[in-house]
Design a protein around this ligand. Structure first.
Ligand SMILES: Cc1cc2nc3c(=O)[nH]c(=O)nc-3n(C[C@H](O)[C@H](O)[C@H](O)COP(=O)(O)OP(=O)(O)OC[C@H]3O[C@@H](n4cnc5c(N)ncnc54)[C@H](O)[C@@H]3O)c2cc1C
Length: 420
């Protein structure tokens, strides 16, 4: 049972978005309930973090905790093309020698638990094994939320504000018909964990590796983790990855054999447990806030795993939404206008990542070739890859990339370098 029957704020889901939002609302002294349907800590995909998460961890005061948990430092990214050519790793500190240029490869059970505890330490009531069964937002705030708690009992709670951070369940967006799938990003993923897989070793910096298969129909992520295992995932079009007649294990192994870079790295490796499958994970929502409710993280949309932007966007939207919520609660204004005051700025940043995702999936496109012709954009590209999309001018890269993409899509010779 949950002791209180009414809260200033109920946060649904204890992923990175929910834990962060609950911590930041609770620390203002507002009564905050964070509910999670699973028992914490719980398993989740999404281990490679963008460096811009640094500022959010700093604000939450957990930077030192992240180092203590033994997560692997993420120093950069490396792209391996379809012919197996290993480009030099893109080390973020070489572009900007500040601590915020590095981040982590995290085990999500431990990472999300840390945020859950942070919310608790800031004063939120945290209740796992508590599922939201129903949300009634037909009338004005306070809204009613029906929960099923660990003892199997149902309970009704009222909330002045509901923060939906329920991840891909997207409880409110599904209920209100706000979800829109991207027709060109209908991807699926098969992933697992490997012991004895190759790591940088010899004191070399560890990076997130992105490797194209030889046909360029799919790509692998390769993320070395702190417990000695490596997370390896295959991503491609739904129909390609979830081929009829093939088990996920068969498809995964077939594609490892089609990807020299992964094959070599897994030569002496053993798979730990079964492979996991996810599909239809890329969508947006047509509205991210209403009277007394707001969506954060995947509950408000998810683009694609390619640049590891998911956790960062969950954290960033949680911070922006929590600031709007606390400001609104202080002023007794929980209107759509107040709770959604951040969404336009947020969407502008997200759009830059979306454009870079679409560039990656343009089969004929090569980042290497583009950067060779346009070296003046190296800092813009770095800023996009570290997640610095809510400030600065990283979007300037598209002044040259968009015409380039148009030409490669049309099969025209690639444009000459510009000096802009
Ligand atoms: C294949 C794949 C690979 C990815 N790789 C990366 C990566 O390397 N790096 C990265 O940054 N991101 C990655 N992501 C994205 C990342 O997983 C998500 O963006 C991130 O977890 C979103 O956080 P969140 O807090 O919004 O939601 P989640 O982390 O999904 O948390 C939502 C929580 O809500 C709970 N919940 C749901 N329904 C209810 C309910 N009814 N009642 C109570 N609780 C409920 C769930 O149990 C869950 O714990 C990847 C995604 C996919 C699909």
């Amino acid at each position: 049972m949950i002791a209180n029957r009414s809260y200033d704020c109920v946060v649904i889901g204890a992923g990175p978005g929910g834990g962060t939002a609950a911590a930041l609302v609770a620390e203002h002294g507002f009564s905050t309930l964070l509910v999670e349907r699973d028992k914490m800590p719980r398993f989740h995909v999404g281990e490679s973090l963008m460096p811009e998460t640094y500022w959010i961890f700093e604000r939450l005061g957990i930077l030192h905790e992240l180092d203590k948990t033994g997560f692997t430092r993420k120093n950069g990214v490396q792209f391996v093309n379809s012919s197996g050519k290993e480009t030099a790793p893109f080390i973020f500190r070489e572009m900007d020698d500040r601590d915020c240029s590095e981040s982590w490869h995290v085990k999500r059970d431990k990472f999300d638990q840390l945020l859950y505890e942070t919310a608790y330490n800031r004063g939120a009531t945290c209740s796992d094994e508590t599922r939201v069964l129903d949300i009634d937002i037909r009338n004005k705030s306070p809204h009613r939320v029906t929960l099923k708690t660990a003892d199997g009992k149902e309970q009704e709670i009222s909330a002045r504000v509901i923060i939906d951070a329920s991840g891909q369940q997207a409880l409110l967006a599904s209920r209100l018909g706000l979800k829109e799938y991207y027709p060109d990003l209908k991807k699926a993923a098969i992933w697992g964990y490997f012991e004895g897989a190759q790591r940088a070793g010899g004191g070399k910096p560890e990076v997130t590796c992105i490797l194209h298969t030889s046909s360029k129909d799919a790509w692998f992520w390769y993320i070395p983790l702190g417990d000695g295992t490596v997370s390896v995932g295959l991503v491609g079009d739904n129909d390609f990855v979830l081929k009829r007649g093939n088990s996920p294990q068969q498809t995964f192994e077939e594609q490892v054999n089609n990807c020299a870079g992964v094959k070599r790295r897994l030569l002496d490796a053993n798979q730990v447990g079964r492979l996991n499958v996810a599909k239809e994970f890329s969508y947006r929502t047509t509205q991210q806030a209403g009277d007394g409710w707001v969506l954060v993280g995947d509950a408000g949309g998810f683009i694609d795993p390619i640049y590891s932007s998911g956790v960062y966007l969950a954290l960033k939207s949680a911070v922006m939404a929590a600031d709007a919520v606390t400001d609104g609660l202080h002023r007794n204004d929980v209107s759509e206008k107040q709770l959604g005051c951040w969404t336009r700025d947020y969407e502008k940043g997200v759009e830059l990542i979306r454009r870079l995702v679409r560039a990656f999936y343009t089969k004929e496109f090569s980042f290497g070739q583009f950067m060779k012709a346009h070296p003046q954009h190296v800092m813009n590209l770095t800023n996009l890859l570290v997640g610095r999309v809510f400030e600065g001018n990283a979007g300037k890269i598209f002044d040259d990339m968009d015409p380039w993409l148009e030409k490669v899509r049309a099969g025209e010779p690639i444009p000459e370098a510009s000096n802009s």
